[in-house]
Design a protein around this ligand. Structure first.
Ligand code: PLP
Length: 371
């Protein structure tokens, strides 16, 4: 699905040098580069504070801890997302409340969100799924009206931008009270291992997040609140700092690949190409089709026989996961989510896709569907 090797070879000299410097410095943990990378990334997103951490799942956990959510508090989130978003809600003994997504954007449906609010609701986690922004104006408006926190799960959308009704264009991850991201290797900004980060414009939240990510420590060996240990290591920070310079080019390369796919599948009665919301500049973490009247497993198998990977993101939505079956929210009917779950398929999407590869992939997809 991705080609991180070719991407690495394009920047190999810089990466190898940066890695060698960290090793030589032996500052593996909390080296200067971790703070520097955090500053650079905060500047990229135009957010006051970026706190790097160990992975995107920890980032979500730390965000909810920093907001002071308490057991039983309800957190509203889409069912149609990766498990990390919803799992940490339950891990903290909060209650996940699943809502539908818009069938075109794959992101949280604001109408469903407003209906799901109860007196116990404390926070909303919209997910910028596949690299497209959730409708943040509507979500923020609802959040402000009901005095709820918003945590943007930006793991899949770093590099995506959002233009609000005020006509200001911002990066996703700079709009909610806190946002989180992941540097999992296949992500738009991928490390050579695990990594994640939190972002906020709020001074108090930033210092709580820093403390929580560091054992709740206010000064060395003084632990004021319960925290955890979640650090981005210096090697990853050094690599990410180099890759950050190329992030906009990486996203552009993904958009070009998406354009090729779009043209090849355009107007096909059995294939719906990804909708591009007018308010968002899609960052195409994934290129996901919705198939109508196609044997999806058959297509997957056919593509695999031709060495073309494809993935179903995600085969089981949150409200149908066994781990959540004791939550009331899991028993509700979610026709849009179920409909999408049975029809989506993601094709290879990365920065190194050549035209002949794209042509081969699209030809094979069409060959199967048209047979
Ligand atoms: C939407 C979403 N949220 C959270 C995460 C968690 O990130 P990580 O794998 O770095 O823990 C991911 C990673 O795949 C994701 O796609």
């Amino acid at each position: 699905m991705v080609d991180t090797r070719t991407q690495y070879h394009r920047i190999k000299a810089h990466v190898d040098q940066a890695v060698a410097e960290v090793i030589e410095s032996t500052a593996f943990i909390n080296g200067k580069i971790v703070q520097e990378f955090g500053h650079h990334l905060a500047t990229y997103l135009d957010v006051k504070h970026c706190i790097p951490c160990a992975n995107g799942t920890d980032a979500l956990q730390i965000a909810m801890m920093a907001l002071g959510l308490e057991p039983g508090d309800e957190v509203i989130t889409p069912s149609f997302t990766y498990i990390a978003t919803t799992e940490v809600i339950a891990l903290l003994r909060l209650s996940p409340v699943f809502v539908e997504v818009d069938e075109r954007t794959f992101c949280m449906d604001p109408l469903a969100l407003e209906k799901a609010i109860t007196p116990r609701t404390k926070a909303i986690i919209p997910v910028h799924l596949y690299g497209q922004a959730a409708p943040m104006d509507e979500i923020m408006e609802i959040a402000r009206k009901h005095k709820l926190f918003v945590i943007e799960d930006n793991a899949q959308a770093i590099g995506c931008s959002y233009t609000g009704k005020d006509r200001v264009t911002r990066k996703t991850g700079s709009i909610g009270d806190i946002s989180t991201t992941s540097f999992y290797p296949s992500k738009n900004l991928g490390a050579f291992g695990d990594g994640g980060a939190l972002f906020t414009n709020d001074e108090n939240l930033a210092s709580r997040i820093k403390m929580i990510a560091n054992h709740g420590q206010s000064k060395q060996y003084y632990h004021d609140i319960v925290g955890c240990n979640s650090r981005l290591d210096s090697l990853q920070a050094a690599i990410l700092d180099i890759k950050l310079v190329h992030l906009d080019d990486y996203v552009e390369a993904r958009r070009k690949a998406a354009d090729f796919y779009d043209v090849a599948f355009s107007g096909h009665p059995k294939i719906r190409t990804p909708y591009r919301a007018p308010y968002s500049e899609h960052a195409f973490h994934q290129y996901t089709l919705v198939l109508e009247g196609v044997d999806r497993d058959g297509l997957k198998k056919f593509l695999a026989e031709h060495d073309i990977p494809s993935m179903i993101y995600y085969p089981v939505p949150g409200h149908r996961q066994k781990m959540f079956e004791h939550f009331k929210s899991s028993s509700q009917k979610m026709p849009v989510t179920d409909w999408l779950t049975s029809r989506v398929i993601s094709l290879p999407m990365h920065t190194e896709l050549e035209e002949d590869q794209l042509r081969f992939i699209t030809t094979k997809v069409l060959e199967y569907i048209n047979q």
